[in-house]
Write a new protein. Sequence first.
Length: 478
Amino acid sequence: MSKTLLNNLPSFTKARRRYPSIVQNLKIEVPSIVSAKLSGKFFLIKTFGCQANVRDEESMAGLLSMANMRRTEEEKDASVIIINTCAVREGAEQKIFGQVGNLKGLKTNNKDLIVIVAGCVVQQEESLAKLRKTFPYVDIFMGTNAIHKLLDLIALRITENKKVVDVPSDDADVYENIPVQRIAPHKAFVNITYGCDKFCTYCIVPYTRGKERSRLPADILRECQILVDSGYQEITLVGQNVNAYGIDLKDGTTFSYILEEVAKLGIPRLRFITSHPWNFDDEMIDIIAKYPNIMRKIHLPLQSGSDEILKLMGRRYTVKDYLELVTKLRARMPDISLTTDIIVGFPNETEQQFLETLKVVEKVNYENAYTFIYSPRKGTPAALMEDNVSREEKGERFNKLKALVDSQTEANAALYVGNEYLILVDGYSKKDTSVLSGYTESDRVVHFVGTPDLIGKIVKVKITESRVYSFVGELVNE
Ligand code: 5AD
Ligand code: SF4
């Protein structure tokens, strides 16, 4: 008898397909065996990667708390440990192997511990095979489209006494009514789209998260209304590509529409991540400019400043298009804060093409930029391209870009000093509990002395010192 129950195995061939999705209104029930074995016990979830993974953690936590389990940060206390993985670059994936490897001792000492590996790494055929081989003690491998089945998979593991693998690549629907236990008390992520259809040639996401599918406006607005009613101060609309929202609904619904409808609910702060420069139309700019509760901070991935490389990346815009968009945004909202993602060392990138990227960075002057060395992802078109750029060269380019980005970040941070900003107070500072910490509208962290009753409120703070990636300030009493 097989010791593993293989419900679904990942397949890049299937993951590449695009077909209509269905909205499934789930009715989640806790299997009695899960309640019997796990009620009152603890779970621990370690999440890596983007906001989509963070939001998945909140759903998994919601499901486990339906079974009356509680969260812990201590591995030794946990009865269920979930490693929620990221596959966007090789480095992220390697980290996962380290994390899962570290659990071996715990599992040897506690046979009842249920170890689960979830997220994007398991959605890759080869990585899953390697994980299964290297870590035979993992109880459940579950894919990004199997989150809603978490309790059933745990029940299977217990009743069948077999390992369980459930990683579907062709089952990407929109699942509603999954319970949620939010990580932050005042700030919430709300999914609007899942997956991605852009297929940028370097990117694994369209394979690991599947086809682009939008939630229905009514479902999004219901979730947001509950957040507003329960006193949340900030909502971030989440999608790999938020401004493609609605395309698959095929009824004319757009991102601008949902953005405006959520803004009208009156949440004090509304954000969205991530927007693709290609789908960023004038209507979106109008809506952002019209509603002061939509934060003037936009993450606008550039990826490269060379038209040739952008074309090879499949990004669908030119440098000129990108710079025109930046000009339009700044003309309408001079105080807008822009951040970006940039990849250096895409296959065969020439020195000249790299210098063009530096030029665009100089022109745009980002508040902050996330910079990466290109990492080949098996299954993507770019991974098949021959590459004549050496590791050393890539490293040198990365350092040059990083130096430029750092100098911009530092100079832009210095501009905050002496000015007053509205801060949403998150809680105590990680380093010092006598100090509060919160975020500006541009999403910069500020530490200041204040009383705990301010937590969850929006207050005015004067910035007194820049530490580049954070600020020190003083509460302004009005
Ligand atoms: N190599 C390096 N960086 C990548 N990113 C996505 N795929 C890769 C890759 N294969 C970067 C992009 C994206 C960010 C989330 O990660 O810049 O915007
Ligand atoms: Fe990846 Fe491109 Fe989709 Fe972003 S838009 S998730 S980079 S394929």
